[in-house]
Design a protein around this ligand. Structure first.
Ligand code: ADQ
Length: 466
């Protein structure tokens, strides 16, 4: 079995326990341990003029390689081009897009450093799996250095429609970079269509059935690999933790009131101001729910080094304050707003306690919270998933109450619908969703991508003759 090499910006350290590491990190670690592998990424540290040699260490069957970056390179790469340009672009937020040539150059430089540091550690038959928009040019940089082995890329966030993507000054170069992979994975069929449309209409690539593309003499494949969760672990966690002292305190504090829960990184793609406003609409237009429902929004802080995230934090603090100021009673706080992380088991038990899971991003590659909420429910008395039509998860979570997050009044109404939904309907919707959560787990996702990447250099049909 060929060795697996994973490249991602953040590397979950071997000491990080499963309860904290998150489903993706755990699944990747499992895949690496099974085959033996290398996990390569940023050390999380900066040092002026940082040396290009990575820090290497081993834990079990996994070798870790961590590269330290020059602070200016790291800023241009991470806060600059990756999160200041590509993130807003892929989430359709052109008003927030900042493009600076120096950032674009810094982004490419960091990818070049990564390729140079990684190359000496590679064997020709390794399978290299690159994660996310921080590393789109990595395969091109590795090819420049002569590496010809299998390299795949998975894009965790949406691929924008061509009209949006064209706003990026470096759009052509970025897609040329993609062509150096053997396999490009996206979250949904919609994303695949968007990228293929761009390739055929703007970069004069040739398409063959099955997502096979020929672009500037390179042939590669583009396909959808919708990411999932470890459903079994989530079900177990939710069952185990629901009786904990913490959860007893939560239930006592609710005193019989229904709970609506939201769990999102504090990010402008997640539609948090609209979600808060929708809760305000519910309380305004359906006064019978006042003092009967509590919304809890868990939103750990994220990317504080990017100005837009700091502005969003202030906006949410103001909105939460104004909703609570307007509707709170001396014995009821309508909106509980928490900026801290929780252990996976605690989150699972909170989901299970909540009558509604409110997942309303303005755009999201997939959104795993939607799937986690479903997995955590009690099958006899499940809650309702309220889901944005702009989350990738909507393709599979067809039993959800589907909403448009730009329609704040509509979302207020959907909250009401969820609160009064009869048990039979809740059960039926939940069963539909749960079937998909159980079938398409993170383990399937990992195995499928690795299997298809492994066979990716075995003669693809030539789009010019197919
Ligand atoms: P994210 O934008 O981070 O991921 P999401 O898919 O919802 O979004 O995953 C967030 C994860 O963080 C979930 O597993 C959730 O449980 C966890 N989490 C959130 N708040 C937490 C808290 N307070 N404490 C502990 N854990 C918390 C990106 C893309 C998504 C895509 C994923 C995976 O933006 O669209 O689904 O990658 O591909």
């Amino acid at each position: 079995m060929a060795r697996l090499v994973v490249v991602s910006n953040r590397v979950a350290s071997p000491k990080e326990r499963a309860a904290k590491a998150g489903g993706l990190a755990v699944a990747l670690r499992e895949a690496l341990s099974k085959r033996g592998g290398l996990w390569f990424g940023w050390s999380g540290e900066t040092e002026v003029g940082a040396p290009p040699e990575p820090k290497i260490f081993r834990s079990g069957r996994i070798t870790y390689g961590l590269l330290t970056l020059d602070p200016e390179d790291q800023r241009a790469h991470y806060a600059g081009y990756a999160n200041g340009t590509l993130w807003p672009l892929c989430h359709y937020r052109l008003g927030l897009l900042a493009f600076r040539r120096a950032d674009w150059e810094g982004y490419r430089r960091v990818n070049e450093h990564f390729a140079r540091a990684l190359l000496p550690l590679l064997k020709p038959d390794d399978i290299i799996w690159v994660h996310d928009y921080h590393f789109i040019p990595l395969a091109a940089e590795l090819r420049k250095l002569g590496f010809e082995g299998r390299v795949g890329y998975f894009h965790h966030i949406p691929w924008p429609a061509t009209a949006v993507f064209l706003s990026l000054p470096s759009h052509a170069a970025l897609v040329r970079d993609l062509s150096h992979y053997d396999l490009v994975g996206l979250q949904t069929e919609n994303d695949v269509r968007a990228l293929l449309t761009y390739i055929s209409s703007e970069s004069r690539g040739w398409l063959a059935p099955g997502g096979v593309v020929n672009l500037r003499e390179r042939t590669f494949r583009v396909a959808a690999y919708p990411i999932g969760i470890d459903a079994e672990a989530f079900v177990q966690d939710a069952k185990d933790a629901v009786g904990s002292d913490e959860m007893k305190r939560l239930r006592a504090s609710l005193a019989g009131k229904a709970l609506a829960v939201g769990v999102d990184r504090l990010d402008y793609s997640k539609g948090l101001p609209n979600k808060f406003a929708a809760f305000g609409e519910l309380l305004k237009n359906w006064p019978e729910h006042r003092s009967k429902v509590t919304m809890m929004q868990i939103a750990p802080l994220s990317r504080g080094e990017v100005a837009e995230y700091r502005a969003l934090r202030r906006e949410l603090e103001e909105l939460a304050g104004s909703i609570n100021g307007e509707y709170a009673e001396f014995d009821w706080v309508p909106l509980r707003y928490l900026n801290r992380p929780f252990q996976r088991a605690t989150l699972a038990a909170i989901y299970r306690t909540a009558r509604i899971g409110v997942v309303t991003p303005l755009r999201d590659g997939m959104n795993l919270v939607a799937k986690e909420y479903v997995a955590a429910q009690n099958p006899r008395d499940p809650g309702v998933l309220m889901l944005s039509r702009f989350a990738g998860a909507v393709d599979e979570m067809t039993g959800a109450l589907i909403v448009n997050p730009y329609d704040v009044e509509g979302m207020g109404e959907a909250l009401h619908t969820a609160l009064v939904m009869p048990l039979e309907e809740r059960r039926e919707r939940w069963r539909t969703n749960m079937k998909n959560v159980e079938t398409n787990t993170i383990h399937h996702w990992c195995e499928r991508f690795i299997a298809e990447l492994s066979s990716s250099q075995e003669a693809l049909p030539d789009p010019l003759t197919a």
